[in-house]
Design a protein. Sequence first.
Length: 302
Amino acid sequence: MSWLVFALSGPVLWAISTHLDKYLVERYFKETDVAVLVVFTALMGLLLMPVIAAFEPGVLARDAISIALMMLSGILYMGAILFYLRALQDHEASVVAPFFQASPLFGYGLAYAVLGETLTRTQLLGGGLILAGVLFVSVRAGLRRERFRWQLAAPMLACGFVLSLSTLIFKVFAVRDEFWATTFWMFAGEALFGAGFLCLSRYRSQFVHLLRSNTVALLAINGSNELINLGGGLGNRYALVFAPLSIVQAIGSTTTLFVFAIGIVLALLFPRVSREDLSTRELAFKGVAAVLVAAGVALVTQ
């Protein structure tokens, strides 16, 4: 099967996961720190580690330095997710998602510096269009002059950089030490990140309270969401074994288009589930941003 299929599975599943994340944040984490939601993500990876070890026993046969770096990739990934969830608490899913397009730009620089991957002029132009789409959707017109959404841009740009760094480490070790070994130790890093929050009484008490008060609903919705997100992540990471980091990340940036489309459908059919702004002005802003991103992705994949 072509690596492109795996690369595209990421944005489709991540778009679905983004809207589920927004629902979870609105429904269960409005008055709770979103770091608690990260703990659920960490636990999902922890549950899958024995399955991977049983399927591929050789994952444990790695030197200490390699294990530490692979775990660092998982810790960085969780840090990026935390930045993303904090942004999602205060903004619409379709406004947050375009900022993921900054990841390919950071990925270009990191891949060039560390892996020696080079880009053509066409790919550089595509990266510029992706950045233009990110910046365009981050500007909101008000009664006064337009202002930049720094409260959204800052955490999401940080998310993009940390995510690219995590992806770079994953690619290096996935190619050298095989996919499943890297995935196993990355999950270990994610579990360590989640355990760190559970060691703090504030987050532990919130975690226990949520489980006791919304056990069935929270586990069912969040469990399904984590499986969807995990599927997208595994597909995207598997594509990294066969294709350049910058290209895979650029394809992953199409998440915005799917988030935008799903958000409109949900807002029209299930307004209580999705609260996307469907005003002509907002649709125009998001539409132009989506077109710029799509054009950029088309250029960088040539």
